[in-house]
Ligand binder design. Structure first.
Ligand code: HEM
Length: 524
């Protein structure tokens, strides 16, 4: 008998029993492998994402409670590493009463997918206390315009569209090089004034860094020199410094501890609101002054118009945009750069050989002269030191997105509304993505020595996409100028007990920053 050839004949009785059995087996195998292929492709359910098990009634919240829980938000770096080693590259922290589930993600390929899949209105989980201040407590002022911080959807998009052109243009940021350099020089002189007989700066040196940062942001957002680092600061300047400090001190408590403020008006909450009101009042005054000047002069926008002037020109019908932008820049542009400066100086003080190489570069390029853009471009080792610090110690440790639609991540369907927290610190300190991840090695970022291309999503200190940091260009300028000026002038050491890094709410060395500054050259 001829073996059956056509599909139609396969099931016919005319086939021999052996052939029929054989074909049956082939069909079964094909069917089974097709089913298992589909199984491999089909995403697994959200419930299957590994993670710590919630307790009945208490959910997973109890893990964050003082004394009984082991999870501390201040030590989220260690918690994150522990969770990855226990559960793998995706971890679900579910049943967090009163807030959405969090999914920790440790895979740069999947992070890339989430970012690239974003629509035009990405949602970054916001600071609830600021959200409440803007959208409930002071809704009369913020109702039509919310700014970019703690604002979402169309309202965020409209605002960002109004301001991002001016903020992200390199040409505009470069207009600030001179004032930023002047502020860096003032800081260098201030260090000289506050050192003790051992050349160490006092315990509250972070406060001095905050003043430098506030002075820089005031120039960028308000076109104003406040005099934070010199004796000519006014009463109002002191009020602003105090308000900014109170904001940062209290926001840590409101955001990281149990949110009692949601139920009762605690002292911390009252101080926080008062501080925000003070910042708003002073910012409003500065913006109004510039607006009056513009109206009186009937000026037009010129090549060298400042950021504030541009934003006002473009929004003459609603100058509130400039006030709210300035507020937002104050709220996110001070502690980020301050934490980065603390961390970079700390790393350089622990790595004297690297600091020496950096000093050689700075000395060779600057030759005791002022900084210009060309010189900044030439200081590649300086940029590498900054980048390497932010790789090992990203100041924003918990950036993330709230999913706006069901999304497949690592093979699981993650439902809309879940907060995905990108574990940048764990990833950029992992051997999987960086050679010698625990070694501070700025050389890895130099083109000449770069042997390997790192995954572009394995370190993202300024975020990514449509919601990425609006102040990156200014932050780069501020950090490069300040570190260059400090290292040009002083040898920086840290002689005290080593500091641990923790979240406050920026990720930075925790404890008094008593750096020792030994003069390298004569007074500037
Ligand atoms: C080392 C310093 C800084 C770091 C590491 C940093 C980091 C970040 C990160 C991670 C985000 C979130 C991005 C995202 O969700 O994709 C962000 C947002 C933002 N940053 Fe920065 N930042 C720094 C300095 C600054 C400065 C100096 C300013 C202001 C001049 C600024 C203004 C902003 C604003 C306005 C946003 C919100 C953008 C939006 O939601 O549309 N940042 N920053």
């Amino acid at each position: 008998m001829e073996p059956a050839a056509g599909g139609e004949e396969l099931g016919q009785a005319s086939q021999s029993p052996q052939l029929s059995l054989h074909l049956n087996m082939i069909m079964r195998r094909t069917l089974c492998s097709a089913v298992s292929d589909i199984g491999a492709v089909l995403p697994k359910s959200y419930q299957k994402v590994p993670g710590p098990r919630p307790l009945p009634l208490l959910g997973n919240n109890w893990r964050f409670l003082p004394y009984i829980g082991q999870y501390k938000l201040e030590e989220i770096d260690k918690l994150s590493l522990m969770l990855r080693s226990r559960y793998g590259r995706i971890v679900r922290i579910s049943n967090l009463l009163g807030r959405p589930d969090m999914v920790f993600l440790y895979d740069p390929n999947e992070i890339e997918k989430v970012f690239r899949g974003e629509d035009t209105l990405p949602y970054r989980p916001s600071m609830p206390s600021l959200d409440y201040y803007k959208h409930q407590l002071r809704k009369d002022f913020f109702s039509d315009i919310g700014g970019v911080i703690a604002t979402h959807g169309e309202k965020w998009h409209q605002f960002r569209t109004k301001v991002q052109h001016a903020l992200l243009q390199p040409r505009i940021a470069q207009l600030y090089l001179k004032p930023i350099e002047e502020t860096a020089n003032e800081f260098v002189n201030r260090i000289r004034d506050i050192r003790n007989e051992n050349n160490e700066v006092p315990d509250d040196f972070l406060n001095e860094i905050h003043k430098w940062s506030l002075e820089s942001i005031a120039k960028i957002a308000l076109d104003a020199r406040l005099g934070c680092l010199t004796p000519d600061g006014s009463q109002e300047t002191q009020e602003l410094i105090d308000a900014v400090n109170t904001f940062f001190k209290n926001v840590v408590i409101l955001e990281l501890k149990i949110p009692f403020w949601r139920v009762i008006s605690t002292r911390t909450w009252k101080e926080y609101v008062e501080a925000l009101d003070t910042i708003m009042r002073i910012v409003y005054k500065f913006v109004s002054k510039t607006l009056d000047e513009l109206k009186n002069k009937n000026n037009e926008c010129k090549e060298d118009s400042s950021l504030l002037q541009r934003v006002l020109y473009e929004n003459l019908d609603n100058p509130k945009v400039a006030v709210i932008l300035a507020l937002d820049l104050f709220l996110v542009g001070i502690d980020t750069t301050s934490a980065a400066v603390s961390s970079i100086l700390y790393q350089l003080s622990l790595h004297q050989e690297i600091q020496n190489m950096l000093y050689e570069e700075i000395n060779r390029v600057l030759q005791n002269g002022p900084i210009d853009m060309k010189k900044l471009d030439q200081m590649v080792y300086l940029k590498a030191c900054i980048k390497e610090t932010l790789r090992m110690y990203p100041v924003v440790i918990g950036n993330g997105r709230c999913l706006k639609k069901d999304t497949v991540v690592c093979g699981y369907t993650i439902p809309k509304g879940t907060q995905i927290v990108f574990q940048h610190h764990a990833i950029s300190n992992s051997e999987e993505y960086f050679d010698d991840p625990n070694v501070y090695k700025p050389e890895r970022w130099l083109k000449k020595q770069k042997k390997k291309q790192y995954h572009p999503f394995a370190t993202l200190p300024f975020g990514y996409g449509k919601r990425m940091c609006l102040g990156k260009r200014f932050a780069d300028l501020e950090l490069q100028c300040l570190i260059a000026k400090i290292i040009e002038t002083y040898k920086v050491e840290f002689k005290r007990k080593l500091l641990d890094y923790s979240v406050h709410p920026m990720y930075m060395p925790h404890g008094p920053l008593n750096f020792k500054y030994t003069e390298r050259k004569k007074k500037t």
